[in-house]
Design a protein. Structure first.
Length: 304
């Protein structure tokens, strides 16, 4: 059974990559550490975004300036705002990895220091807000918890172990690596606002449909597949930039599937094409400070 699955996959990849070589499709596929998994195995362990948002607090929407001074090509990884690619392994906690990725960028923006923060802290401790550890969750719930806890621990003090710890939260305030004051959401489906936010503020956490086989085996190029839904979101990752290549707009994303996926764990996703894969449907970013009423306080030019 596995051999047949493998042989069929190799055939599909071969035909796809022949089309890539003749520029009939915009991206190439390749084998990686997930290639021997069937679809159900993969989606159960390597995705993890809950289909319903169901956050406890009302959404606060970010309204970007009308004409911000941002570049047409932005790469926050190249600017030193992004930590090393992680591998969530058999833990369906993509939501924690992209939340931490966005928070690391915001902390760097405010302090000038890039600090590796703890996904495990959010996996273990945000269950009262509705998250389910390695069985799924939402970025907004993680940040609701982190705001109440006043921050997220460093990865050094609370390392990733690849499993949920049976509801045991081991967080101590003395281990906070970055404060959290809340979060702001990008207007639903609005890629222009998302571009402005990324250009002005840094990395964003975002949901998307990560279920297509083509996405699992993405190697390089600009990912685009009609099978990728813009309404059914299954996965989450960190948007770390955007740009244009050969006339095609793209989002630069950091995944949490290790370095065998994409280009060392990073990839390019089609931008400005009907919100491909739903990338702008559930995008948000952490805010480090709070107002006196407890609401998130965004400072700087992006607040105008």
């Amino acid at each position: 059974m596995r051999k047949n699955m493998w042989d069929d996959l190799l055939q599909r990849m071969f035909h796809h990559n022949m089309k890539f070589s003749t520029q009939e499709v915009p991206f190439a596929m390749g084998l990686n550490e997930f290639s021997d998994m069937d679809h159900d195995e993969f989606t159960k362990t390597m995705t993890g975004l809950d289909s319903e948002k169901n956050c406890q607090k009302a959404s606060l929407i970010y309204k970007p300036p009308d004409n911000p001074k941002i570049g047409e090509n932005v790469d926050w990884n190249a600017k030193g705002y992004v930590t090393e690619v992680q591998n969530q392994g058999a833990c369906g906690a993509c939501w924690a990895f992209c939340t931490v990725g966005a928070l690391e960028g915001q902390h760097k923006r405010k302090t000038g220091q890039l600090v590796k923060l703890s996904e495990q802290h959010l996996i273990d401790c945000s269950k009262p807000e509705g998250n389910k550890g390695c069985s799924g969750g939402q970025m907004c719930r993680a940040l609701e918890y982190a705001s109440d806890a006043d921050g997220v621990a460093t990865a050094e003090s609370y390392p990733f172990v690849g499993t949920s710890t049976d509801g045991v939260c081991k967080f101590s305030n003395s281990t906070i690596g970055s404060p959290v004051g809340g979060y702001l959401e990008i207007p639903y489906g609005d890629e222009d606002s998302l571009k402005k936010a990324v250009g002005l503020l840094g990395p964003m956490a975002a949901g998307l449909d990560g279920s297509p086989e083509s996405f699992r085996h993405y190697s390089h190029g600009i990912y685009s597949d009609p099978a990728c839904s813009n309404t059914s979101l299954t996965h989450a990752l960190t948007i770390v930039g955007y740009g244009t290549e050969d006339g095609q707009d793209y989002w630069l994303v950091k995944n949490s599937w290790g370095k065998s996926w994409g280009q060392g764990g990073f990839g390019k996703l089609l931008r400005n094409s009907n919100n491909h894969c739903g990338i702008a449907n559930r995008a948000l970013f952490p805010v480090l400070e709070k107002n006196s009423d407890g609401s998130p306080k965004l400072t700087g030019p992006a607040a105008s």
